[in-house]
Design a protein around this ligand. Structure first.
Ligand code: ZN
Length: 163
């Protein structure tokens, strides 16, 4: 994806208030992120472990989603495969919940997805980050096909939040 600046990132959020977008934690190392290998920019708030964010480019426009990571209740089964990149990373997979954009969100509607805890899906798919032994199932797809599938899963999620 094209590198994004901090103001572009803050302006991209569709499911939180302008104030929240202004105050949220944005990574300070944007200049050194491996943009060429990213299908989306994802990060966790180091001050608030239940918060995560992602920005994807949809129809040429950066679209940001604020995510909540509810802690799993007792006895709740842990799922271990990311629904976006189909990896089972050593760092774990979490249910992340996005408030829907617009009126639906104001009425309390949200959409959940299982995502790599570190939101490094793009790097796992490209083999740029080691997800640990047995983290990815052997597949006959090319890397290009896996990337296309990852983008399709992500786009479907972002679309569910924004429509
Ligand atoms: Zn993933």
């Amino acid at each position: 994806m094209q590198p994004l600046t901090e103001p572009e990132i803050r302006a991209a959020f569709v499911n939180c208030t302008k104030g929240e977008a202004k105050r949220m934690h944005v990574p300070r190392d944007l200049g050194t992120r491996p943009w060429d290998d990213l299908d989306f920019l994802g990060w966790r708030d180091p001050q608030a472990l239940d918060r995560a964010y992602l920005v994807a480019v949809l129809d040429g426009r950066p679209t940001g989603l604020a995510l909540r990571r509810p802690s799993p209740g007792p006895g709740q089964q842990r799922r271990n495969m990311c629904s976006v990149c189909l990896t089972n990373p050593a760092g774990g997979v979490s249910l992340m919940v996005a408030r829907k954009a617009g009126k639906a969100g104001q009425q309390g509607n949200s959409v959940g997805i299982y995502l790599c805890d570190d939101l490094a899906c793009s790097l796992y798919v490209r083999g740029r980050k080691d997800a640990g032994p047995g983290a990815r199932l052997p597949e006959s797809l090319t890397q290009e096909e896996k990337i296309t599938r990852t983008v399709a899963h992500l786009t479907a999620f972002v679309t569910r939040v924004t429509t």
